[in-house]
Design a protein around this ligand. Sequence first.
Ligand SMILES: Nc1ncnc2c1ncn2[C@@H]1O[C@H](COP(=O)(O)OP(=O)(O)OP(=O)(O)O)[C@@H](O)[C@H]1O
Length: 234
Amino acid sequence: MSTLVSYKNLAITLSGKLVLNIKHLDIPAHQCTLLTGQNGSGKTTLLKIMSGLLKPDSASINYQGLTLNWKQAKAYIQKDIIYLHQQPYLFDASVTDNIAYGLYRSGERKSNVHKKVTQALDWADLSHLAHRPAKQLSGGEKQRVALTRARILSPRLLLLDEPTASMDSTAKQQTAKLLQRLKDEGVTIMISSHEAHTVEHIADHHIHIEHGNALIRPPNSNNVTMINTAKKTS
Ligand SMILES: Nc1ncnc2c1ncn2[C@@H]1O[C@H](COP(=O)(O)OP(=O)(O)OP(=O)(O)O)[C@@H](O)[C@H]1O
């Protein structure tokens, strides 16, 4: 099992409070990691740091064998890592246009965009919604459009913040099905969730944040191995 990215001595203080103080955290490549922790434990903060939206106070990052500081890591992060918010922002345009947006931005030719978007809609079982205004979709449909929009950009690591929150059971199953497809395609996935049962069957690893530290739980086991012994300093 190879590691896509690992972090050493990752710490962040927000408004005077030490939120995360993680000694060592490995994210295995091509696998799905489930991230849990109580409200306010720092799950979103960790995902935002990993996606480059938030700068940690300190961190040594090893990405695909390269040891990088934060500034060096940013270039890889922006290219390879996509963060999906719990309530993804969709433009006031059709589902097709929303999915095509990132491709146009990355300079893809119009004829390729059309082909790729058609394939992507089919992949996500969303073809019937292609011309619907995205703003009119249900929460579950929006999440699936956002997942499709992310996939089309070929991320190496997809970070999802509560992807099934506030969904009915059918929408949860549809979202979980797409996440499984992404994993089968080799995308490394990290899912923060309060509803571990919805995505547990996809997850290969389980990381739990407690008191700012990351603990790793082997799947289907109550044993918790502490991989992080960083002490809080405030
Ligand atoms: N921009 C910020 N400024 C100050 N404090 C912040 C900021 N963002 C988060 N925090 C604090 O950091 C802590 C961790 O927040 P975070 O949102 O990462 O937790 P979480 O585990 O995702 O919570 P939840 O499960 O409720 O979504 C909380 O105490 C929160 O109040």
